[in-house]
Design a protein around this ligand. Structure first.
Ligand SMILES: *Cc1c(COP(=O)(O)O)cnc(C)c1O
Length: 405
């Protein structure tokens, strides 16, 4: 992002509320902290002029889809950015997951966390595969490799790890489990663009990794996704599958689908790529502010990002402890009354959503940590639309809600 386009701050009054006692809270009748809804995330927008230039050229070429020059350039840029051989851009992250699952030949049962966005499970279900939910490590919110081991049956064909919140899943340990049992391992990296695992950009772990570039994600192409891999054959198979299986004009060699990314989405991606660094900086600033403002507030804590790794800091995850004087749900209500649209994320867990509850009515028995974490988490607003003052205000409200002062 160039300096002539400063990152816009959310429109807010100069005297933004700092709560000091319960009477200052909107639930007690005080005016709300924000006049308009403050969402957990707003779309990150990079260089609009560059986007418009790409779109102008696209109209001049009259080439809108079918592996156009912008998609090709976008894929090459991502390969470089992520240090991976192949990037296959797709129309969204869910189709990218489905195509990756198909291309790997997964079948029967595949082990996934329940504590994830429901698309991770749906992508399997939609391919006729049974998602089997394994528990998470409560400190990292990622799959627990020992819990994965416990869920393996003769029908298991693979594992999908999720880099939730941009925190890397324990890839080496999961790879060891996969190798012991001859399973495919891939990752849902929808949250993890520009994040690292052991110092290297996420994108080449397992057999492949799947990104989402949905408007709400750290890096967006309006809607979009991609699979990245160092496996030449797998990449080739996925390229065929995303385009109906066409190997040439009249030659269909795969039962494919339509997973293509369109040119205008690639234009958005190219315009946003250069802004990644600036957006990380704003997100990191907000994350550090939340962490320091809430340090010492009994009963609540911000989930830290993985130590020694780079992160996009896209999610500010507040955990409400069992010792807090306010329940998680009460705190959400208090914040929403202030027009702070803090959200429970991935609650109540995929295993408690109807399609999967019907499949596994007793799944919760194997998912104690998932159940606990899903009941404690609140995701707080961050991004370029959330100013330092807004973070201070939100933290003052949380402090008063939890501590009374
Ligand atoms: C957003 C998301 C997806 C789905 O991506 P879409 O691009 O919205 O289809 C899959 N998994 C996780 C963990 C996500 O957050």
């Amino acid at each position: 992002m160039n300096t002539s386009q400063p990152i816009p701050e959310h429109a807010e009054s100069s005297s933004i509320k700092v709560a000091q006692r319960r009477a200052d809270l909107a639930v007690e009748g005080a005016p709300p902290a924000f006049d308009t809804a403050l969402h957990v995330g707003g779309p990150n927008v990079g260089d609009r002029d560059l986007f418009m230039r790409h779109v102008g050229e696209m109209f001049d070429r009259r080439w809108f889809s079918n592996n156009g020059p912008l998609v090709q350039e976008f894929e090459q840029r991502l390969c470089k950015e992520l240090g991976v051989r192949h990037c296959v851009a797709m129309c969204n992250g869910t189709i990218a997951l489905e195509i990756a699952i198909r291309a790997l030949g997964m079948e029967g049962e595949v082990i996934v966390p329940s504590y994830t966005f429901v698309a991770t499970a749906h992508a399997l279900h939609w391919q006729g595969i049974t998602p089997v939910f394994a528990d998470i490590d409560p400190h990292t919110h990622a799959l627990d490799p020992d819990a994965v081991r416990r869920m393996i049956t003769p029908r298991t064909s693979g594992i999908i790890g999720v880099h939730l919140w941009g925190r890397p899943a324990p890839a080496n340990e999961l790879q060891a489990v996969a190798d012991e049992h001859g399973l495919h391992l891939m990752f849902d990296a929808a949250h993890a663009f520009a994040c690292t695992y052991q110092g290297k950009k996420i994108g080449s772990l397992g057999r492949c990794e799947v990104f989402s570039f949905h408007a709400t994600k750290f890096f967006n192409t309006f809607e979009g996704g991609a699979v990245t891999t160092n496996d030449d054959e797998l990449a080739e198979a996925m390229r065929l599958m995303r385009n109906f299986g066409f190997a040439g004009y009249d030659n269909v060699v795969h039962p494919g689908t339509n997973g293509k990314m369109v040119e205008i989405c690639a234009a958005m991606g190219l315009a946003n790529l250069d802004a990644v660094h600036d957006i990380v900086n704003v997100n990191r600033r907000n994350h550090e502010l939340y962490t320091s403002h809430l340090r010492g507030v009994a009963g609540v804590s911000i989930l830290p990002m993985a130590e020694g790794e780079e992160s996009n800091y896209q999610y500010v995850v507040l955990q409400v402890g069992e010792d807090a004087t306010t329940t998680r749900d009460q705190l959400v209500e208090i914040l929403q009354a202030e027009n702070i649209l803090a959200r429970k994320y991935f609650w109540p867990g995929c295993h408690r959503m109807k399609p999967y509850r019907d499949l596994f009515p007793n799944a919760a028995l194997m998912l104690p940590e998932t159940t606990r974490i899903a009941e404690r988490v609140i995701v707080l607003p961050t991004g370029t639309h959330v100013s330092e003052k807004a973070v201070a205000s939100i933290c003052s409200i949380i402090r008063v809600a939890v501590n009374g002062h």
